[in-house]
Design a protein around this ligand. Sequence first.
Ligand SMILES: Nc1ncnc2c1ncn2[C@@H]1O[C@H](COP(=O)(O)OP(=O)(O)OP(=O)(O)O)[C@@H](O)[C@H]1O
Ligand SMILES: [Mg+2]
Length: 271
Amino acid sequence: MTTLLEVSDLRVTYPGRGFRARSHEVLHGVSLTVGQSETLGVVGESGSGKTTIGRAVLGLVAPSGGTVRFQGNDITRAGRAERRALARDIQVVFQDPYSSLNPALTIGDILGEPLIVQGSGTSEARRRVAELLDQVGLPKDASQRLPREFSGGQRQRVAIARALAPAPRLIVCDEPVSALDLTTQARVLDLLVDIQRRTGVAYLFISHDLAVIRHVSHRVSVIHRGDIVETGTAGQVTTAPEHPYTQRLLLAAPVADPAEQRRRREARQRL
Ligand SMILES: Nc1ncnc2c1ncn2[C@@H]1O[C@H](COP(=O)(O)OP(=O)(O)OP(=O)(O)O)[C@@H](O)[C@H]1O
Ligand SMILES: [Mg+2]
């Protein structure tokens, strides 16, 4: 498989907040790769550094060490012009479907304006917006409506359509379904998988939820306090994890069966 994204020995340090607060390193040398048309799941508990990895890939935080390579090019410290060009290839979908869309713009403008800025004519942009709405399973007339007229799941479909607009090679998905109910989660995840099959886009898929990660990922990296502790195929990592931390994470995932829940609670106490 051709490597699309290669993160090597990535370190990120955040400055301390407040008087004499010490800066602290939150990523201690993270390495991972995402292949073309592949989904790499990154799973770990809250505060482990998942979002920070995504931010470093998107150029929203400056690493203190290590490199980020995209299609073989070092983009760790890409300048503004280079970032603007990269935005065609690397897109993002965030967790919160309520704050990530401008409430004053129609869906047609949200999806169409970036296309026009990038040089499409109005009729070409309109055609592309219709195509994008169709791709994410939204009705054609959605383009005349405002974000508040849509449910959380539908808004996340709009956010996905916006990310797909420039036909990127990689989408960073940071907890894209965590704000949605379970049924809607499953539908949106199936949509992402389906889009990947049709377009060949790759995902760096970040979630704290092992069930979600298992549903979409080809491979999985487990992060614990700023270190990747285990990487393997989704099947391996989510059924027969090697690292004790992943074993605890797996046992902590809720299950419907009370007997199984009890067995896991006991197993967890033994670890
Ligand atoms: N802008 C910031 N300034 C200072 N510290 C930060 C900043 N952003 C995150 N941190 C700290 O960095 C660590 C990693 O945060 P990060 O948001 O990457 O974790 P996460 O795994 O995405 O967590 P969650 O699952 O809650 O989203 C945490 O300890 C967090 O408090
Ligand atoms: Mg996060």
